[in-house]
Design a protein around this ligand. Structure first.
Ligand code: 5GP
Ligand code: 5GP
Length: 229
């Protein structure tokens, strides 16, 4: 079909409007943080924890989330209330979710609340790249690519309640994975700084790890505990 217009200006305006609309639907982030939590450090705090209804998670890092982020450190959140979490879209992933993405919040539950929160807050901001099923499937497969606990153990860093230097923890992960992690700490009941979450970065199409364009704010102190779980 031949497009006809005897008003070229109108055509240009329509084309401009079209590309503006395309832009506004495009992604509003530059990369992802892939965040994993150490269950021992979630549980031994003032808030405490509850094991999921499926039982005590294994002594391993668990997924917290895959968070779209911008290079200036800001991030979008809760981007699409018209596409809320729908557990039926990830029914094939449930058993992997339970082992790799366990919830530790109270009251004890099956995990859907945590996963739903992560989709609604973060996942809806990357739906131009990952639909609901693929958001969770991709995050699960990222965890398989880099084994944080193994990386730390290889360097002699064990979850045994001892203190380790922050730099030795970062170096261990860098050497095993090739990527520089960000380490977030929290405090146990006695106020000791401890390894809580590890951040790695993923490119904006969620196809693989990258060096982080920017790190979150905050710091741990130079020596931190690695509690058992
Ligand atoms: P907190 O305030 O405990 O550090 O973070 C609370 C929540 O805000 C996180 O669990 C996460 O959902 C979100 N959040 C905190 N920092 C960042 C960040 O740097 N990037 C993104 N994308 N989300 C963040
Ligand atoms: P974010 O900090 O990602 O915004 O949100 C974390 C939310 O998920 C909080 O409402 C928290 O209570 C809930 N949640 C459920 N299970 C967990 C868990 O195992 N770890 C963390 N960090 N939050 C959890």
């Amino acid at each position: 079909m031949k497009m006809q217009s005897n008003n070229p200006l109108l055509l240009i305006k329509l084309l401009a409007l079209h590309s503006l609309l395309a832009l506004s639907a495009a992604q509003d982030f530059d990369f992802f943080y892939f965040v994993q939590q150490w269950p021992g450090s979630y549980c031994d705090t003032k808030q405490g924890c509850c094991y999921p209804s499926t039982g005590k998670p294994s002594s391993d890092f668990g997924i917290h989330g895959l968070w779209p982020n911008r290079n200036d450190g800001s991030y979008p959140s809760n981007c699409d209330s018209s596409n809320p979490f729908d557990a039926s879209k990830i029914s094939d992933l449930t058993s992997h979710m339970q082992t790799q993405w366990p919830t530790l919040a109270c009251p004890s539950n099956n995990g859907l609340t945590f996963w739903g929160h992560e989709w609604d807050k973060h996942g809806t901001c990357s739906e131009s790249v990952l639909n609901q099923h693929d958001y969770f499937a991709t995050t699960l497969s990222l965890k398989n690519e880099i084994n944080l606990l193994q990386a730390l153990r290889t360097a002699g860093i064990q979850p045994n309640g001892q203190k380790y230097s922050l730099s030795s923890i970062k170096t261990a992960i860098q050497q095993a994975s090739g990527y520089t992690p960000w380490v977030e700490c929290n405090n146990d009941l006695s106020g000791n700084s401890q390894l809580y979450q590890i951040y790695l970065c993923v490119d904006s199409s969620a196809s693989g790890f990258i060096e982080c364009p920017v790190f979150p704010k905050g710091s741990c102190g130079s020596s931190i505990e690695f509690p058992s779980f």
